[in-house]
Design a protein around this ligand. Structure first.
Ligand SMILES: [Zn+2]
Length: 280
Protein backbone atom coordinates (compact mmCIF):
# COMPACT_ATOMS: atom_id res chain seq x y z
CA UNK A 1 0.00 0.00 0.00
CA UNK A 2 1.33 3.40 -0.86
CA UNK A 3 1.85 5.95 1.82
CA UNK A 4 -0.76 8.19 0.24
CA UNK A 5 -3.39 5.45 0.19
CA UNK A 6 -2.82 4.65 3.87
CA UNK A 7 -3.28 8.33 4.61
CA UNK A 8 -6.55 8.42 2.67
CA UNK A 9 -7.85 5.30 4.45
CA UNK A 10 -6.87 6.69 7.84
CA UNK A 11 -8.65 9.97 7.27
CA UNK A 12 -11.65 8.13 5.83
CA UNK A 13 -11.89 5.91 8.92
CA UNK A 14 -11.59 8.96 11.10
CA UNK A 15 -14.43 10.77 9.31
CA UNK A 16 -16.62 7.66 9.45
CA UNK A 17 -16.04 7.24 13.17
CA UNK A 18 -16.75 10.93 13.74
CA UNK A 19 -19.90 10.65 11.64
CA UNK A 20 -21.24 7.67 13.55
CA UNK A 21 -19.79 8.60 16.91
CA UNK A 22 -17.91 5.30 17.25
CA UNK A 23 -15.94 6.48 20.23
CA UNK A 24 -19.07 7.11 22.32
CA UNK A 25 -20.62 3.86 21.07
CA UNK A 26 -17.53 2.04 22.26
CA UNK A 27 -17.89 3.56 25.72
CA UNK A 28 -21.52 2.47 25.85
CA UNK A 29 -20.64 -1.16 25.14
CA UNK A 30 -18.55 -1.36 28.31
CA UNK A 31 -20.25 -3.65 30.74
CA UNK A 32 -20.91 -3.79 34.44
CA UNK A 33 -21.37 -7.21 36.00
CA UNK A 34 -23.24 -7.97 39.20
CA UNK A 35 -22.69 -11.43 40.68
CA UNK A 36 -25.02 -12.77 43.37
CA UNK A 37 -22.65 -15.45 44.63
CA UNK A 38 -24.26 -18.63 45.91
CA UNK A 39 -22.98 -18.80 49.50
CA UNK A 40 -25.80 -20.93 50.92
CA UNK A 41 -27.80 -19.21 53.66
CA UNK A 42 -26.30 -15.71 53.58
CA UNK A 43 -25.39 -12.93 51.17
CA UNK A 44 -22.41 -12.09 48.97
CA UNK A 45 -22.58 -9.75 45.98
CA UNK A 46 -19.61 -8.94 43.76
CA UNK A 47 -19.79 -6.05 41.32
CA UNK A 48 -17.30 -5.20 38.60
CA UNK A 49 -17.99 -1.77 37.19
CA UNK A 50 -17.38 -0.86 33.55
CA UNK A 51 -14.44 1.25 34.71
CA UNK A 52 -12.91 -1.88 36.26
CA UNK A 53 -13.53 -1.14 39.93
CA UNK A 54 -14.42 -3.99 42.29
CA UNK A 55 -17.10 -3.85 44.96
CA UNK A 56 -18.02 -6.57 47.43
CA UNK A 57 -21.18 -6.47 49.51
CA UNK A 58 -21.01 -9.10 52.31
CA UNK A 59 -19.21 -12.45 52.08
CA UNK A 60 -21.48 -15.17 53.41
CA UNK A 61 -21.51 -17.16 56.58
CA UNK A 62 -18.54 -19.46 56.23
CA UNK A 63 -14.82 -18.88 56.55
CA UNK A 64 -14.92 -16.82 53.38
CA UNK A 65 -12.87 -19.32 51.36
CA UNK A 66 -15.74 -19.83 48.89
CA UNK A 67 -15.99 -16.09 48.21
CA UNK A 68 -12.20 -15.70 47.98
CA UNK A 69 -12.07 -18.57 45.45
CA UNK A 70 -14.92 -17.03 43.45
CA UNK A 71 -13.21 -13.62 43.34
CA UNK A 72 -9.87 -15.18 42.34
CA UNK A 73 -11.64 -16.98 39.50
CA UNK A 74 -12.96 -13.59 38.39
CA UNK A 75 -9.33 -12.36 38.38
CA UNK A 76 -9.97 -9.80 41.10
CA UNK A 77 -6.71 -8.13 42.14
CA UNK A 78 -7.94 -5.63 44.68
CA UNK A 79 -11.25 -4.41 46.03
CA UNK A 80 -12.03 -0.72 45.88
CA UNK A 81 -15.13 -0.88 48.07
CA UNK A 82 -16.18 -3.45 50.66
CA UNK A 83 -19.55 -3.15 52.34
CA UNK A 84 -20.65 -5.04 55.45
CA UNK A 85 -24.41 -4.51 55.35
CA UNK A 86 -24.86 -5.36 59.05
CA UNK A 87 -23.07 -7.33 61.78
CA UNK A 88 -24.88 -10.68 61.36
CA UNK A 89 -22.57 -13.62 60.65
CA UNK A 90 -24.39 -14.75 57.50
CA UNK A 91 -23.32 -11.45 55.92
CA UNK A 92 -19.95 -10.47 57.34
CA UNK A 93 -18.76 -13.94 58.37
CA UNK A 94 -16.38 -14.28 55.42
CA UNK A 95 -15.20 -10.67 55.15
CA UNK A 96 -12.12 -11.17 57.37
CA UNK A 97 -10.81 -13.82 54.94
CA UNK A 98 -11.45 -11.52 51.99
CA UNK A 99 -9.57 -8.74 53.78
CA UNK A 100 -6.71 -11.17 54.27
CA UNK A 101 -6.67 -12.32 50.64
CA UNK A 102 -7.09 -9.01 48.79
CA UNK A 103 -5.97 -5.43 49.15
CA UNK A 104 -9.12 -3.55 50.14
CA UNK A 105 -9.20 0.22 49.74
CA UNK A 106 -12.27 1.20 51.74
CA UNK A 107 -14.75 -0.50 54.04
CA UNK A 108 -18.27 0.71 54.77
CA UNK A 109 -20.53 -0.53 57.57
CA UNK A 110 -23.45 0.87 59.53
CA UNK A 111 -22.66 2.35 62.95
CA UNK A 112 -23.86 -0.57 65.04
CA UNK A 113 -21.87 -3.27 66.80
CA UNK A 114 -22.39 -6.85 67.84
CA UNK A 115 -20.89 -9.20 70.41
CA UNK A 116 -20.35 -12.24 68.18
CA UNK A 117 -16.98 -13.76 67.30
CA UNK A 118 -17.70 -13.18 63.59
CA UNK A 119 -18.11 -9.44 64.21
CA UNK A 120 -14.96 -9.24 66.34
CA UNK A 121 -12.97 -11.07 63.67
CA UNK A 122 -14.20 -8.59 61.08
CA UNK A 123 -13.11 -5.62 63.23
CA UNK A 124 -9.72 -7.20 63.88
CA UNK A 125 -9.17 -7.80 60.15
CA UNK A 126 -10.12 -4.20 59.29
CA UNK A 127 -7.68 -2.92 61.91
CA UNK A 128 -4.91 -5.30 60.79
CA UNK A 129 -5.19 -3.90 57.25
CA UNK A 130 -4.83 -0.38 58.62
CA UNK A 131 -8.32 0.57 57.51
CA UNK A 132 -10.96 2.67 59.22
CA UNK A 133 -14.64 1.84 58.76
CA UNK A 134 -16.60 4.51 56.93
CA UNK A 135 -20.17 4.91 58.14
CA UNK A 136 -22.80 3.53 55.79
CA UNK A 137 -26.01 5.48 56.19
CA UNK A 138 -28.64 7.16 54.08
CA UNK A 139 -27.38 9.81 51.64
CA UNK A 140 -23.73 8.75 51.82
CA UNK A 141 -22.37 8.45 48.28
CA UNK A 142 -19.70 5.90 47.41
CA UNK A 143 -17.12 7.46 45.09
CA UNK A 144 -16.88 5.20 42.01
CA UNK A 145 -16.09 5.90 38.37
CA UNK A 146 -18.94 5.90 35.86
CA UNK A 147 -21.69 4.78 38.24
CA UNK A 148 -23.75 6.45 40.91
CA UNK A 149 -23.76 4.51 44.17
CA UNK A 150 -25.55 5.87 47.18
CA UNK A 151 -26.76 4.44 50.47
CA UNK A 152 -30.49 4.91 50.96
CA UNK A 153 -30.54 3.26 54.42
CA UNK A 154 -30.19 3.09 57.37
CA UNK A 155 -32.06 6.35 57.78
CA UNK A 156 -32.59 6.21 61.53
CA UNK A 157 -30.91 4.55 64.45
CA UNK A 158 -32.68 1.40 65.55
CA UNK A 159 -32.50 -0.74 68.68
CA UNK A 160 -29.23 -2.66 69.05
CA UNK A 161 -31.24 -5.88 68.94
CA UNK A 162 -32.78 -4.80 65.64
CA UNK A 163 -29.67 -5.49 63.54
CA UNK A 164 -31.56 -6.28 60.31
CA UNK A 165 -33.07 -2.81 60.14
CA UNK A 166 -29.59 -1.32 60.52
CA UNK A 167 -28.72 -2.86 57.14
CA UNK A 168 -26.82 -0.63 54.76
CA UNK A 169 -28.95 -0.46 51.60
CA UNK A 170 -27.10 0.56 48.44
CA UNK A 171 -28.71 1.96 45.31
CA UNK A 172 -26.48 1.71 42.28
CA UNK A 173 -27.04 3.03 38.79
CA UNK A 174 -25.08 2.54 35.59
CA UNK A 175 -26.56 4.33 32.59
CA UNK A 176 -30.26 3.57 32.67
CA UNK A 177 -29.99 0.37 34.72
CA UNK A 178 -30.16 0.25 38.48
CA UNK A 179 -29.80 -2.18 41.34
CA UNK A 180 -30.97 -2.12 44.95
CA UNK A 181 -29.01 -4.15 47.49
CA UNK A 182 -31.06 -4.36 50.66
CA UNK A 183 -29.09 -6.59 53.03
CA UNK A 184 -31.61 -7.79 55.62
CA UNK A 185 -33.61 -4.55 55.88
CA UNK A 186 -37.11 -5.21 57.21
CA UNK A 187 -40.47 -3.41 57.26
CA UNK A 188 -39.34 -0.61 59.62
CA UNK A 189 -36.41 0.38 57.42
CA UNK A 190 -38.50 -0.06 54.27
CA UNK A 191 -41.11 2.36 55.69
CA UNK A 192 -38.37 4.89 56.48
CA UNK A 193 -36.92 4.54 52.97
CA UNK A 194 -40.38 5.09 51.46
CA UNK A 195 -40.74 8.33 53.43
CA UNK A 196 -37.35 9.60 52.26
CA UNK A 197 -36.79 11.58 49.06
CA UNK A 198 -34.41 9.02 47.58
CA UNK A 199 -35.50 7.10 44.52
CA UNK A 200 -35.73 3.39 45.23
CA UNK A 201 -36.52 2.44 41.63
CA UNK A 202 -34.35 -0.45 40.46
CA UNK A 203 -34.35 -2.98 37.63
CA UNK A 204 -32.88 -5.60 39.95
CA UNK A 205 -33.84 -6.00 43.60
CA UNK A 206 -31.91 -8.13 46.03
CA UNK A 207 -34.83 -9.33 48.14
CA UNK A 208 -34.46 -8.33 51.79
CA UNK A 209 -33.61 -10.86 54.49
CA UNK A 210 -33.54 -14.01 52.31
CA UNK A 211 -37.24 -13.78 51.48
CA UNK A 212 -38.51 -13.51 55.06
CA UNK A 213 -42.05 -12.15 55.26
CA UNK A 214 -40.84 -9.29 57.50
CA UNK A 215 -39.26 -7.68 54.41
CA UNK A 216 -40.35 -6.82 50.84
CA UNK A 217 -43.67 -5.20 51.67
CA UNK A 218 -46.11 -4.42 48.84
CA UNK A 219 -45.54 -0.67 49.09
CA UNK A 220 -41.81 -1.17 48.97
CA UNK A 221 -42.13 -3.38 45.87
CA UNK A 222 -44.35 -0.80 44.22
CA UNK A 223 -41.69 1.87 44.75
CA UNK A 224 -38.78 -0.27 43.56
CA UNK A 225 -40.71 -1.69 40.57
CA UNK A 226 -38.07 -4.28 39.74
CA UNK A 227 -38.05 -6.45 36.62
CA UNK A 228 -35.85 -9.00 38.39
CA UNK A 229 -35.49 -10.10 41.99
CA UNK A 230 -32.81 -12.27 43.55
CA UNK A 231 -33.24 -14.22 46.77
CA UNK A 232 -29.91 -15.16 48.33
CA UNK A 233 -30.75 -18.23 50.37
CA UNK A 234 -29.60 -21.73 51.33
CA UNK A 235 -30.70 -24.54 53.64
CA UNK A 236 -32.08 -22.91 56.77
CA UNK A 237 -34.35 -23.44 59.72
CA UNK A 238 -36.14 -20.08 59.40
CA UNK A 239 -38.43 -21.04 56.54
CA UNK A 240 -36.67 -18.64 54.13
CA UNK A 241 -37.85 -17.80 51.57
CA UNK A 242 -41.48 -17.63 52.68
CA UNK A 243 -44.35 -18.48 50.36
CA UNK A 244 -45.83 -15.04 51.16
CA UNK A 245 -42.90 -13.30 49.48
CA UNK A 246 -42.63 -15.79 46.61
CA UNK A 247 -46.35 -15.23 45.86
CA UNK A 248 -46.00 -11.46 46.19
CA UNK A 249 -43.12 -11.31 43.71
CA UNK A 250 -45.15 -13.47 41.34
CA UNK A 251 -48.21 -11.24 41.71
CA UNK A 252 -46.10 -8.25 40.65
CA UNK A 253 -44.76 -10.21 37.65
CA UNK A 254 -41.18 -10.01 38.87
CA UNK A 255 -38.80 -12.58 37.44
CA UNK A 256 -37.29 -14.13 40.53
CA UNK A 257 -34.04 -16.09 40.93
CA UNK A 258 -33.00 -18.05 44.02
CA UNK A 259 -29.36 -18.89 44.65
CA UNK A 260 -30.34 -22.21 46.29
CA UNK A 261 -32.04 -23.31 43.06
CA UNK A 262 -30.02 -21.55 40.35
CA UNK A 263 -26.55 -21.20 41.89
CA UNK A 264 -24.70 -17.95 41.14
CA UNK A 265 -26.93 -15.34 39.49
CA UNK A 266 -25.02 -12.95 37.23
CA UNK A 267 -26.37 -9.77 35.63
CA UNK A 268 -24.60 -7.96 32.81
CA UNK A 269 -25.51 -4.46 31.67
CA UNK A 270 -24.04 -1.91 29.29
CA UNK A 271 -26.23 0.77 30.83
CA UNK A 272 -29.13 0.22 28.44
CA UNK A 273 -29.47 -3.54 28.00
CA UNK A 274 -29.64 -5.96 30.91
CA UNK A 275 -29.16 -9.71 30.74
CA UNK A 276 -28.97 -12.47 33.33
CA UNK A 277 -27.40 -15.90 33.48
CA UNK A 278 -27.04 -18.53 36.17
CA UNK A 279 -24.03 -20.71 36.93
CA UNK A 280 -24.14 -23.81 39.14
ZN1 LIG B 1 -29.13 -12.48 56.67
Amino acid sequence: MTHKLIKVITSLTLSISLLFGFSSAQAATKEMKVHFINVGQGDAVYIKTAAGEDILIDAGNKDGSDVVAYLKKQKVKDIEVMIATHPDADHLGGLDEVLHAFKVKSVYAPKVSHTTIAYKEFLTAVKREGLKIKTAKSDVSVPLKGVTAKFVAPIKTYAKSDLNNWSAVLHMKYGKKSFLFTGDAEAKSEADMLKSKNSLKADVLKVGHHGAKTSTGSNFLKAVKPTYAVISVGKNGYGHPTSTIIKRLKAYNIKTYRTDKSGHVIFTTNGSKLSVKTVK
